[in-house]
Design a protein around this ligand. Structure first.
Ligand SMILES: C[S@@+](CC[C@H](N)C(=O)[O-])C[C@H]1O[C@@H](n2cnc3c(N)ncnc32)[C@H](O)[C@@H]1O
Length: 215
C-alpha cells in the first residue's frame, strides 16, 4: 500500500470564485455545450470510480448510476467542496486533496474522471502519473479539458499571454497540450473529440474530450 499525505484544503476554486459563482458563471455554457458532453463521456464509467477536481458536482447528474459501485471525489477547494457536499448522493464520497497526491492505494479504481481540471493543476504530469497509479491496469481515464489551439497564431498568443491569464484566472493555463501529456504519462487515447469555440471564452478556445486507457 502506498502511503500518501492529504494536503490541506485551499479556500477557493477557479479564479478565487466561490462554488456558487462558479455555477452561475457556467450555467449557460452547461446548457449549450457541457451537459451533453458530460453525459456522453461518463456513460461508460463503471465499477469503482475516482473523480479529481470534482468542483461543485457538475458531473453527478451524468454518471450511469446503475453501473457505478462507488465514486470517490477529490477536491482541494473548500468553497467548491461545500457546494458539492450539498448535492452529494449516498454512493459518492468527497475527500480533500489534490490530483498530484491522491489519498488512495495503488490499483484502487476501474475508471478515473477529470473535467475542466488539468488546466489549473500546478503539476499536470504528476497528476496523470497519480491517476495511472490508482487505476487498475487497463483502467480508463475519461477527460474533458480546454487545450492549446492547433492554430499556430492563436497558440502563440496563448503562450505569450499565459502569465497574465493564469494570474487573472486562478492558475488556469490556456496553452496546455493536455492530450499529449495524457499520452506521455502512459495512457493510450481510444476516443477523442475536439471543438473550437472561438474567442468567446477569452484565451480558452479549444476543448478536447475522450477516453484513454492506462496502457
Ligand atoms: C474549472 S473547475 C471544474 C470543476 C468540475 N470538474 C467541473 O467539471 O465543473 C476546476 C476544479 O479543479 C480544482 N482543482 C484545482 N487544482 C487542483 C488540483 N491540484 N487537484 C485537484 N483539483 C484541483 C478546483 O478547485 C476546481 O474545483
Amino acid at each position: 500500500m502506498t502511503e500518501v499525505r492529504t494536503p490541506k484544503r485551499s479556500g477557493r476554486g477557479l479564479a478565487g470564485l466561490s462554488g456558487l459563482s462558479y455555477d452561475l458563471l457556467m450555467a449557460s455554457a452547461e446548457r449549450r455545450m457541457f451537459a451533453a458532453i458530460r453525459k456522453d463521456l461518463l456513460a461508460s464509467t463503471t465499477g469503482r470510480v475516482i473523480e479529481v477536481g470534482g468542483g461543485t458536482g457538475a458531473n453527478l447528474l451524468h454518471y450511469p448510476r446503475g453501473a457505478l459501485e462507488h465514486l470517490d471525489v477529490v477536491e482541494p477547494s473548500e468553497s467548491m467542496a461545500a457546494r458539492f457536499e450539498r448535492r452529494r448522493p449516498r454512493w459518492a464520497l468527497l475527500h480533500p486533496g489534490s490530483a498530484e497526491e491522491l489519498p488512495f492505494p495503488d490499483a484502487t479504481f476501474d475508471a478515473a474522471v477529470g473535467t475542466l481540471v488539468f488546466c489549473s493543476v500546478p503539476d499536470m504530469e504528476r497528476g496523470f502519473a497519480e491517476l495511472r497509479r490508482v487505476l487498475v491496469p487497463g483502467g480508463r481515464f475519461h477527460f474533458l479539458e480546454h487545450v492549446r489551439s492547433q492554430r499556430p497564431r492563436v497558440g502563440s498568443w496563448q503562450d505569450r499571454l499565459d502569465g497574465v491569464w493564469s494570474r487573472m484566472c486562478g492558475g488556469c493555463h490556456a496553452n496546455r497540450r493536455t492530450v499529449e501529456a495524457i499520452e506521455s504519462a502512459g495512457f493510450e487515447v481510444e476516443h477523442l473529440d475536439e471543438r473550437e469555440v472561438g474567442w468567446q471564452g477569452g484565451l480558452v478556445r479549444d476543448f478536447a474530450w475522450g477516453i484513454a486507457r492506462s496502457a
